[in-house]
Design a protein around this ligand. Structure first.
Ligand SMILES: Nc1ncnc2c1ncn2[C@@H]1O[C@H](COP(=O)(O)OP(=O)(O)OP(=O)(O)O)[C@@H](O)[C@H]1O
Length: 256
């Protein structure tokens, strides 16, 4: 394993690697429409794993895109602080290039300044991390849906981002693959120390993976809860189930 992917899971490592995020008075509206994000304040410490849940259309993806700089705020401020500034996002669909082999798809996540041999070595390293080293030379069309999402994860991680945004990345997977990938993402996050923001519709996934859960209602934070359950977490842990129930109650009440 290279130094780049060395396991180093101390809290200091996390604080040094991740981006801290400070959001103040953030608002966003699209072309004379109503505000999608409304005066939102949020601080995320470096290395924290935050899950964002909320009803469809409440503004989760818009918030993520604003934090990544993919959308301009209508008002307010977003500051990202950290020694490294690389940000990456992973979506529900893998969005692979069908004409490029798996390793080349992964290397797309690297800066163009990096030479060919180094690109290949880094792509192989991260493919090993996601358990797909033996597929490096294959075409995306020959992979299963879960394997394609692992390639997408490898592409997001190959540049060693300080912030990883996950926009419902496991939503299209079967239940078992989904649980396996949750564990894989959690393990890599623990090892690498980036800040993670996960948008998900699955409240059980949010409580299983995150340090903290934000419930968004109408573009503002309606609930902000810490998940005080040590890792590794056990599925079916009563404390997780209780928290999941509390969050679901809140979401259902809001829709009534
Ligand atoms: N580029 C855009 N132009 C106009 N309206 C937009 C744009 N992007 C998002 N919106 C609107 O902003 C609102 C919030 O959208 P967003 O995608 O952030 O919601 P979400 O909570 O992520 O929803 P879902 O859970 O269904 O993915 C929606 O009403 C949507 O129609």
């Amino acid at each position: 394993m290279t130094a780049a992917l060395r396991l180093a899971d101390t809290p200091e490592h996390r604080a040094n690697r991740g981006l801290a995020i400070h959001v103040r008075g953030l608002s966003k509206s699209f072309e004379n429409g109503p505000s999608v994000i409304r005066g939102l304040d949020l601080t995320i410490p470096a290395g924290q794993f935050v899950a964002v849940v909320g009803r469809s259309g409440c503004g989760k993806s818009t918030l993520l895109r604003l934090i990544l700089g993919l959308e301009e705020p209508s008002a307010g401020r977003i500051a990202l602080n950290g020694s490294e500034q690389t940000k990456r996002i992973m979506f529900q669909e893998p969005r692979l290039l069908p004409w490029a082999r798996v390793a080349d798809n992964v290397a797309v996540g690297l800066s163009r300044d990096i030479g060919k041999a180094d690109r290949k070595a880094r792509a192989l390293d991260v493919l090993r991390e996601v358990g797909l080293a033996e597929k490096a030379g294959q075409w995306p069309a020959t992979l299963s849906g879960g394997q394609r999402q692992r390639v997408a994860l490898a592409r997001a991680l190959v540049s060693r981002p300080a912030l990883l945004a996950l926009d419902e990345p496991l939503g299209a997977l079967d239940a078992l693959t989904r649980i396996e990938m949750q564990a894989m993402i959690e393990r890599i996050w623990e090892a690498q120390g980036f800040t993670a923001i996960l948008v998900t519709h699955d409240v059980a996934e949010a409580v299983a993976m995150a340090d903290r859960i934000l419930v968004i209602e109408e573009g503002a934070i309606a609930l902000d809860v810490d998940v005080d359950v040590p890792r590794p977490r056990r599925r079916g842990d009563p404390a997780l189930a209780e928290l999941e129930g509390r969050i679901l109650d809140r979401l259902l009440r809001n829709g009534a």
